[in-house]
Design a protein around this ligand. Structure first.
Ligand code: MEV
Length: 310
């Protein structure tokens, strides 16, 4: 039997890093997907691409530990449109799609809550201490308000925007040298050293996250670009934006735009994806062409994990 399941990548509007410490995050799935195809008409475990073998086999072991289903003979094929390690949730999408595919292959209920729990366990292999926001939005799709109250209590609420978010462009500044896990540890060391300062930054980020929510629900007239700028400042204070990316964001602001990193960020050279707003999208696209920026062809909001026709 062969099954194919896909799940979307994500963009965090606000709340990256602080979400690990129990502050809220507002996040959306995006229109780029990872597909996982499972075929059990083989003998042995085959994983394509081969660099994903360890993650897949550890992930399957975890799933086996939870569901009690063995996977001795399985061909796992992953094909994904989501850039790897750039803050757009590639690993969480694979984790959600793999979890869904296993349930489907074993003819178990395709239950989103269950898929999310399994994907969270797989994310722990990747990052050690994930908040669970990435796997949740990849599983459930759409816009999500997320808060991790405790390991076993996470608040997830779908958000139905009453307002369109216009003129957004995503630019990939490139894969950071640091992994998400390393960036999370970097912030955690800073938190231990300067708890008061970091908590103040997190509280400020929470205000911005709530600002984004009120913008989407039309509860307050807030400039979307101000929210992005403010959020970026706090992420810079946290130290998760590289110098070259700060410089690029400064140039985008100079031509009338606003930009923020999204996801874990990066220290040395790149910082992954940038979410950019410009009131005149064509002016920004001209600038992007001149600067040879790498535009990611993605849009906000997409369906969560789903079974694909083979
Ligand atoms: C990564 O996409 C978001 C972080 O907040 C880590 C996490 O929430 O697990 C940096």
């Amino acid at each position: 039997m062969k099954v194919r399941v896909s799940a979307p990548g994500k963009v965090i509007l606000s709340g990256e890093h602080s979400v690990v410490y129990g502050y809220p995050a507002l996040v959306t799935s995006i229109t780029l997907r990872a597909n996982v195809t499972l075929d059990n008409k083989v003998s042995g475990l085959f994983v394509n691409p081969s660099f994903a073998r360890q993650l897949v086999s550890e992930g399957l072991n975890k799933i086996d530990g939870i569901l009690g289903v063995k996977f001795n003979n399985l061909k796992v094929n992953i094909d994904s449109e989501i850039p790897i390690g750039c803050g757009v949730g590639s690993s969480a999408a694979v984790a959600a799609a793999l979890s869904g595919a296993v349930l489907h292959l074993k003819r178990l209920p395709f239950n989103l809550k269950r898929i999310n729990e399994l994907a969270y366990e797989i994310e722990k292999i990747n990052h050690g201490n994930p908040s669970g926001v990435d796997n949740s939005v990849s599983t459930f799709g759409g816009f999500l308000w997320y808060r991790k109250e405790a390991e076993k209590l996470k608040i997830l609420n779908k958000v139905n925007p009453l307002k369109m978010i216009p003129n957004i462009v995503f630019v990939n500044t490139g894969k950071p040298k640091e992994t998400t896990g390393e960036m999370v540890s970097f912030v955690s060391e800073k938190y231990i050293r300067n708890k008061r300062i970091v908590e103040r930054i997190f509280l400020n980020i929470e205000k911005v996250t709530r600002g984004f929510l009120k913008y989407l629900l039309k509860e307050e007239t807030i400039e979307f670009s101000d929210l992005i700028k403010e959020n970026e400042r706090y992420l810079e204070e946290l130290g998760v934006v590289s110098i070259s990316v700060k410089d690029l964001i400064g140039k985008i602001e100079k031509i009338g735009g606003a930009a923020k990193i999204s996801g874990a960020g990066g220290l040395k050279v790149n910082s992954g994806i940038l979410m950019i707003y410009h009131p005149d999208k064509f002016k920004f696209l001209k600038f992007a062409k001149e600067k040879r920026l790498d535009i990611l062809p993605a849009k906000f909001s997409a369906k969560g994990v789903k079974i694909e026709r083979k």
